[in-house]
Design a protein around this ligand. Structure first.
Ligand code: ADP
Ligand code: ZN
Ligand code: ZN
Length: 699
């Protein structure tokens, strides 16, 4: 007898086929089973989905194609995993097939049942013969009183928890302890630990391996992130799916890992924007972690020194409607001493055009002469953001984008950071032939060059010259480059480190005693309502890099060069007072009806012309204006995106907002079909694509 099965396959986004497809099978297969099926004229990986759909299919059974093979060497994906995929697809307005297949390791897509079986056998054999280079066991330190209290609260309540702990307060140690207790008490339990960018924090992985490989074996800890090879990713995924791996340490993609024994989810630096996927299904791994915790009956622990305002708001007292339990660890671990002192330099009183104010430069020199390190932050890479002709006012506009091409001196190119378009720097102005082109503004490359000049006569205690180094996306393009550059900083080879936000996060730089933000003012008056929140957390994180070695006396400092020294953001920063900053921001957000007091989605449209992109949005909006009103959903008019044109594509967006998350969700689900149909209207001719971003991070 043949059966009909519903199978999820990877279908193109917003295509006519968005649900599961029907296939014939000789045997009934449990939902979650991986199969290989024909799709068009190719063969593809599919996941058997709930049965009923297939049986209701109107397609005559003679037209239904048969599945090709079953990957039965591994257990079907669990019911809760399927529920997670379904939820994520619905919530973020994508097809379940797209979400499910994207959640599986890419190499799995190409394996036949036989190849998979061989793969599993090889893994098993290797594991049994692997020369087990034992890691030195790292004993857990005696916990501080604050750590003990946080752990006690964690163990006696269901959560979810927000661990609000200063940088260096020992949050990671709390995570380690939570995981340790879980694994010790339940031989099948698994834990997921998510971090923003794993390659920036290799120390964290090392700490987990040192703590858990000795008692649980070398396979107990696996990593999951995009920097791994396809083979490594498959191996890690299989280990998690089979339960062999007890801890999955990964970036946002790990939230979809198949973990049948999942009992704990930790989200470190939960405020970090990299938890939000920025293409395809634009999910927030942090938010999905909370949802998944509920599905799986796993405890959820979010941690940060500067929580997202959403999570902070959720952790207000229960009496005020809070849903998360807030655990607080305000003090740094004993010897790490006090948090750095924040010093604001009023640039209104400094020499005009000075990049480094004289007092900051003095402070950097003093540190270097004592053999201490400084770190200088500037969030703009390249040499200069614009090249300009003084004679005719030509500027290095990108011909394909609404942006300037950045001057990179090292290879004398003008490069667009949006579409990648690069050209040799012209010898003369392309418009008027003037030979005297000038640079406007400065990026990290120029800052580094400038510092080298300023510090040329300064000597280390050993009388050697100073070394200035730079870390940003340009210097770390090659594999392994970041690691080796970080190693040089740790080894003390570098006296002054210049870089973008890349250097502000996570690193445990022992000898850095001065951190400076050269020009952070831009974010104070940005049109993006989250810019202030991001700046505050970046500066707090950066400040947290300083003064981690208590053997260095003298106290660490964070310097802010600003034209607005009295700005409340800097006042709160000076006191290391996140709660005050958050309270002030939340008042503003509530008054303006912004998240977390409302819920938003952005619909984006891309076309060859701005008119078409906006016309598509306007038509889709007009079709549902009544429905929206009734649903208490506000539709804002279509506008050009702030980066209006990228790679010759015009972009427009439209904001959708509601006070109720449920209302917004219902509205979006219904609107989806309308958007789809709008595509074939004459006004939308020339539309390239459209997409929905639910809970967008940047507007
Ligand atoms: P956070 O994650 O909050 O920034 P960490 O967990 O990295 O802080 O802790 C900062 C430093 O303090 C680390 O070097 C860690 O090993 C150390 N540490 C953490 N807890 C303790 C403790 N109870 N006793 C001694 N050292 C600790
Ligand atoms: Zn010119
Ligand atoms: Zn461009």
């Amino acid at each position: 007898m043949t059966h009909q099965l519903s199978v999820l396959v990877q279908t193109p986004a917003h295509s006519a086929i968005s649900g599961p497809l029907t296939y014939r099978s000789e045997s009934i297969l449990a939902p979650g089973t991986l199969v290989r099926v024909p799709l068009g004229n190719r063969e593809t990986l599919g996941v058997v989905w709930a049965h009923e759909l297939g049986l209701q299919s109107a397609v005559g059974s003679d037209k239904v194609r048969g599945i090709i093979s079953v990957l039965d060497a591994i257990a079907p994906l669990g019911e809760r995993w399927q529920q997670l995929v379904t939820f994520a697809a619905d919530y973020y307005q994508r097809s379940a097939g797209e979400v499910a297949l994207a959640a599986l390791p890419p190499q799995l897509r190409d394996l036949s049942p036989l190849q998979l079986t061989r793969h599993l056998q090889r893994n098993a054999k290797r594991a049994s013969t692997e020369a087990w280079t034992s890691v030195e066991a790292s004993p857990s330190p005696e916990l501080s009183a604050e750590q003990q209290q946080a752990l006690a609260a964690f163990h006696t309540q269901p959560g979810p928890f927000l661990l609000f702990g200063a940088t260096g307060s020992g949050k990671t140690e709390v995570y380690l302890q939570c995981v340790a207790q879980l694994l010790a008490g339940d031989p099948r339990a698994q834990a997921m630990v998510m971090v923003p960018e794993i390659n920036l924090t290799p120390q964290l992985e090392a700490r987990f391996v040192a703590r858990f490989a000795p008692p649980y074996g070398p396979q107990a800890v696996v990593a999951m992130h995009s920097g791994m090879t396809p083979a490594q990713r498959l191996k890690a995924w299989l280990a998690a799916h089979s339960g062999v791996a007890r801890i999955v340490l990964g970036t946002r993609m790990a939230v979809f890992a198949s973990m049948p024994g999942l009992r704990l989810i930790v989200v470190d630096e939960e405020h970090d924007p990299s938890y939000k996927q920025q293409e395809g299904a634009r999910y927030s791994a942090r938010d999905l972690a909370v949802y998944r915790g509920r599905l799986d009956g796993a405890k959820v622990l979010l941690g940060s020194a500067t929580p997202s305002l959403e999570s902070w708001h959720h952790s207000r007292p229960v009496s005020e409607g809070g849903r998360y339990v807030r655990l607080e660890m305000p003090s740094r671990i004993g010897a790490l001493a006090a948090l750095p002192q924040v010093r604001r330099v009023d640039m209104n009183h400094q020499p005009k055009r000075a990049v480094f104010s004289p007092p900051l430069l003095d402070a950097i020199i003093q540190r270097a002469e004592r053999g201490e390190q400084s770190m200088i932050l500037l969030n703009r890479r390249g040499y200069a953001p614009v090249l300009n002709c003084g004679a005719c006012d030509w500027k290095s506009q990108c011909p394909h984008c609404s942006a300037f091409r950045v001057f990179h001196k090292i290879d004398r190119t003008l490069r667009c950071h949006h579409c990648g378009f690069a050209e040799r720097v012209p010898r003369a102005c392309p418009d008027c032939g003037n030979l005297d082109l000038t640079t406007v503004g400065r990026g990290t490359e120029r800052l580094e060059e400038h510092l080298v000049e300023l510090l040329v006569d300064v000597r280390r205690p050993s009388q050697e010259r100073l070394r200035v180094a730079r870390i940003d996306a340009d210097t770390t393009r090659l594999k392994g480059a970041l690691e080796s550059q970080l190693a040089q900083v740790h080894a003390g080879d570098v006296d002054v480190l210049v870089g973008t936000q890349m250097i502000a996060k996570g690193h445990d730089f022992r000898r850095i005693t001065l951190v400076a933000a050269i020009n952070p003012d831009g974010a104070l008056f940005s049109s993006d309502f989250r810019a202030g929140e991001r700046l505050f957390s970046l500066l707090m994180q950066a400040a947290g890099r300083a003064g981690r070695d208590a053997s260095i006396s003298g106290g660490a400092e964070m310097w802010i060069q600003t034209f607005h020294p009295k700005h409340p953001l800097f006042e709160a920063l000076k006191r290391h007072d996140y709660p005050a900053f958050a309270a002030q921001q939340l008042v503003e957000r509530e008054q303006a009806g912004l998240p977390p007091f409302s819920f938003q989605a952005l619909v984006r449209a891309e076309a060859r012309t701005q008119e078409v992109a906006q016309a598509f949005l306007a038509a889709a909006s007009a079709a549902v204006s009544e429905t929206a009103k009734q649903a208490q959903v506000t539709l804002y008019p279509p506008v050009p995106m702030s980066m209006q044109r990228v790679a010759n594509v015009e972009r427009a967006q439209m904001l959708v907002e509601s006070r109720s998350r449920v209302a917004l969700q219902r509205f979006l689900a219904a609107w989806h079909t309308v958007l789809h149909a709008t595509r074939s209207l004459p006004q939308a001719k020339g539309l390239i694509r459209w997409s929905i971003d639910v809970d967008p991070l940047a507007i």
